[in-house]
Write a protein that binds this ligand. Structure first.
Ligand SMILES: [Zn+2]
Length: 127
């Protein structure tokens, strides 16, 4: 667990990041490690894999095994429970990141983001 700085604080965000992608497409461990690195999270397989397994055990992720040549790859996607948790976390994150905004500004931003952006892009802005 030492590969992730401020682990206690950021582990939740990393889980949400995983869910965010798993809700859009199937993911696998190494892809997720590379993707998280792109966002500044340096996770070792020894940190990420137990995280994926725990999220599967808790019902956030569904895992299927796909044969690729001689190896079997585990592909994860978000369950309905996981998507519901992600939606709730997005609301909470908005409260956190938008806390300093005036109500009027907030409403205006909400309106314009609804008009110009799809859900996926809005989510990307949050993370
Ligand atoms: Zn990402």
């Amino acid at each position: 667990m030492s590969s992730l700085e401020h682990h206690d604080l950021l582990a939740g965000l990393v889980r949400l990041h995983i869910l965010n992608h798993a809700a859009q497409h199937e993911i696998y461990g190494q892809w997720m490690i590379d993707e998280l690195a792109r966002h500044g999270y340096k996770l070792s397989p020894g940190t990420l894999y137990p995280m994926l397994h725990a999220m599967e055990r808790k019902g956030y992720l569904f895992c299927r095994r796909a044969r690729e040549g001689r190896t079997v790859r585990k592909l994860y996607s978000a369950t309905e429970f996981g998507k519901a948790g992600l939606a709730l976390a997005r609301v909470r994150l908005r409260e956190l990141t938008g806390g300093g905004m005036k109500a009027k500004e907030k409403a205006r931003q909400k309106k314009s983001s609804r008009r110009s952006r799809g859900r996926a892009e809005t989510a990307r802005a949050v993370f």
